[in-house]
Ligand binder design. Structure first.
Ligand SMILES: [Zn+2]
Length: 165
């Protein structure tokens, strides 16, 4: 099978992932590989300003080290991460959300779990260039619903994570 993705320098941030050939909607691309973390043992997730930490729906996480972790955030994503059970644990794969032309950058919506509105628009600002860019990689649902100061302080020490929405 022909290679589906390639990694190269991105106009968005650092290196990104790109379609190595034309892709169709719903195509499974690559697995999100990395160091696994048990529930309740999640690490500090901010490394060199790059977030690669993926929180899974069962509370475990993956600190991404593979190619999938290179995929950048986009507010108008052409990909998403989906979870599947496999070999006794939850695993995550990047899937296409629409047909994608060879050479297009592959992006997914990180929806970071940042509860401070201020942090969301400063530390996690987005400039993806999409027409409806929401100006943050954070999940707006997380900080719209709460203005609890204690939670904002708790998150100020750099705890944040990728959540699969
Ligand atoms: Zn954006």
């Amino acid at each position: 099978m022909a290679l589906k993705v390639v990694a190269r320098k991105s106009g968005l941030h650092g290196r990104g992932l790109f379609a190595a050939r034309d892709l169709v909607t719903g195509e499974r691309l690559i697995e999100y590989h990395g160091k696994r973390y048990e529930k309740g043992a999640l690490p500090d997730l901010e490394i060199d300003g790059v977030t690669k930490f993926l929180g899974l729906s069962d509370g475990t996480g993956i600190d991404g080290t593979g190619w999938a972790a290179l995929a950048n955030h986009g507010c108008e994503p052409n990909c998403e991460l989906r979870e599947h059970e496999g070999r006794g644990q939850l695993r995550a794969w990047l899937y296409t959300l629409r047909d994608i032309k060879q050479g297009e950058e592959l992006v997914w919506d990180y929806r970071l779990d940042v509860r401070s509105r201020k942090q969301a628009y400063s530390s996690w600002a987005c400039a993806c260039g999409a027409e409806n860019c929401r100006r943050t990689m954070a999940d707006p649902d997380r900080f719209k619903s709460t203005r609890n100061k204690v939670r904002e302080i708790a998150i100020a020490d750099g705890n944040s994570e990728h959540r699969i929405s």
